[in-house]
Design a protein around this ligand. Structure first.
Ligand code: B12
Length: 347
C-alpha cells in the first residue's frame, strides 16, 4: 500500500511525532469526527493540498469498507445522518493512516491507543447511542478492516501484523467499554467487584451474564440482603446517575430495570418458601409514583424474614390504598410517594 520511500519517511516522522504527543484527551492527528478543527501535521497538510486528502485508490477502498459496514449492519442507516456518514468516511481514512503506521513501525500500541481515544470521542459525540452500541460499531469496523488487510497491505508479514493489531484494537475497545466513570457512592461499601460486574453486564445488555453474576454471588454465600442492597440497589442507583449525566440512553435504563426485575423474580420460589411468623406488611407507591422496584424489594425482604407481604405496585390511588389496608389488615404499611423520594408509614 505504501511502497514509496518518501511515504515511509513521512509515516515514520509522523509516528514519532505521535508517540511524543499522544494523550487520551489530545488526539495526535486531526479527526473530522470531532467536528473541531485541529492543527494539521505538515505532511498531512501537504498531502491534503496536493492530493485532495487521499488518492483515489485509497478513497475507493474506504468506500468499499464503508458500504460493507452499512450492508452488514442495517441499524447504521437509522443512526447515521448525512453529516455522521461523512465523518465516518473520513474516520475510515484516518483509521487506515494509523493502522498502516502501526504496521510499518511494528507498534501495536499506536493503533490500540488511537482506537480507545476514538471510541471515547464517538461515545461523547453520539450521545443518542449507548457505549455498547458504539463499541459494536467499532468492533464491526475493525472486523471488516481485517478482511480487507490483503487489499491494504502487500507483504504477507504486514497483512498478518495488521490482523494482529486489529485484534488488539478489538480487545482494547471491549475493555474501554467498561471503563466509564462511576460515582463515589457506587465505589463505596462492600462487594464492589460483583456490583461492578453486574453494572457492566447491564450496560452491555448481557442478560445471561447478569443472571450468572447474581446467581454466582448467591452461591458464594452473599445473603439476600447483601445482594439486594449492595449489588442491585447501588447498581440501579448508578444506572440513574449515568442516565442523569446523559451517559446512557433511556432505553438502556429501561433494560436495566426490567432485567433486574426479572432477576429478582428468580428469587421468589426461595423467598416465598420461608417459615411464616404471622406478621403482615403492605407496601406500594402512591399516586403518580412509578419507582416500584425499591418497594418490591422491601416487600421481598420482609417476606424472606417470614412476614406475609402484600405488594400493590406502582401508582396506587390513595382511596385504593385505604381499602387495601382495610382488606389486608397489615400490622405495618409503607408507601412511597412521588419524587422526591420519601417513604412513610401510612398506619
Ligand atoms: C428505574 C428508574 C425509573 C423507572 C422506574 C421503573 C420501575 N419499574 O421501578 C422509570 C423509567 C418509570 C422512571 C421514571 C422517572 N424517573 Co426514575 N429512576 C429509576 C432509577 C434508575 C432506579 C430506581 C430503582 O429501582 N432503584 C433501585 C432501588 C432498590 O432503590 P430505591 O428506589 O432507592 O429503593 C430503596 C430505598 O430507597 C428504599 N425504598 C424504596 N421504595 C421503598 C418503598 C418502601 C415502602 C420502603 C419502606 C422503602 C423503599 O428501599 C429500597 C431498597 O434499598 C432511579 C435511580 C435511583 N437513584 O434509584 C431513577 C430516579 C429515581 N428517577 C428519577 C426521575 C427524575 C424520574 C422521572 C421524573 C424522569 C422523567 N423525567 O420522566 C420519572 C418519574 C416517574 C414517576 N412518576 O414516578 C430521579 C429522581 C430524582 C429525584 N431526586 O427525585 C432518579 C434518582 C434518577 C436520577 N439520578 O436523576 N424512573
Amino acid at each position: 500500500m505504501y511502497s514509496s520511500l518518501t511515504r515511509k519517511v513521512q509515516l515514520l516522522k509522523r509516528s514519532n511525532a505521535l508517540k511524543k504527543t499522544f494523550s487520551y484527551d489530545k488526539p495526535p492527528i486531526p479527526c473530522y469526527a470531532s467536528g473541531i478543527s485541529r492543527t494539521f501535521g505538515m505532511e498531512v497538510l501537504h498531502e491534503f493540498i496536493t492530493t485532495g486528502h487521499r488518492s483515489k485508490t485509497y478513497q475507493s477502498r474506504a468506500k468499499k469498507i464503508f458500504d460493507q459496514q452499512f450492508e452488514q449492519d442495517p441499524r447504521l442507516e437509522r443512526e447515521m445522518d448525512d453529516r455522521r456518514k461523512r465523518l465516518m468516511f473520513q474516520d475510515i481514512l484516518y483509521n487506515f493512516d494509523f493502522l498502516s503506521t502501526a504496521v510499518q513501525i511494528g507498534d501495536e500500541k499506536l493503533f490500540t491507543n488511537y482506537a480507545v481515544w476514538l471510541y471515547e470521542l464517538l461515545c461523547n459525540l453520539m450521545k443518542d447511542l449507548d457505549r455498547d452500541r458504539v463499541k459494536d460499531q467499532m468492533v464491526h469496523h475493525y472486523e471488516i478492516l481485517k478482511t480487507f488487510s490483503d487489499n491494504l497491505f502487500e507483504e504477507e508479514t504486514m497483512i498478518a501484523s495488521a490482523k494482529t493489531i486489529l485484534d488488539a484494537a478489538i480487545d482494547a475497545t471491549e475493555e474501554a467499554m467498561d471503563n466509564y466513570q462511576v460515582s463515589e457512592a457506587f465505589l463505596e461499601g462492600r462487594h464492589l467487584p460483583i456490583r461492578r460486574a453486574y453494572l457492566n453486564a447491564l450496560l452491555r445488555s448481557e442478560t445471561q451474564k447478569a443472571i450468572q453474576i447474581i446467581e454466582g454471588a448467591r452461591k458464594d454465600g452473599l445473603s439476600l440482603e447483601e445482594i439486594y442492597e449492595d449489588v442491585i440497589r447501588l447498581s440501579m442507583q448508578e444506572v440513574g446517575e449515568l442516565w442523569y449525566q446523559n451517559k446512557i440512553t433511556v432505553d438502556k435504563e429501561h433494560y436495566a430495570t426490567s432485567t433486574t426485575q426479572m432477576i429478582l423474580a428468580r428469587f421468589y420460589p426461595y423467598i416465598f418458601n420461608q417459615k411464616p411468623i404471622d406478621k403482615k406488611i403492605l407496601t406500594c407507591c402512591i399516586g403518580s409514583e412509578l419507582h416500584e422496584m425499591g418497594g418490591r424489594m422491601v416487600a421481598d425482604l420482609f417476606e424472606y424474614r417470614g412476614w406475609e407481604s402484600v405488594y400493590l405496585g406502582a401508582a396506587v390511588p390513595i382511596p385504593s390504598l385505604v381499602s387495601a389496608v382495610a382488606e389486608h389488615q397489615p400490622i405495618w404499611s409503607h408507601s412511597r410517594s412521588p419524587c422526591p423520594n420519601t417513604f412513610r408509614p401510612v398506619i
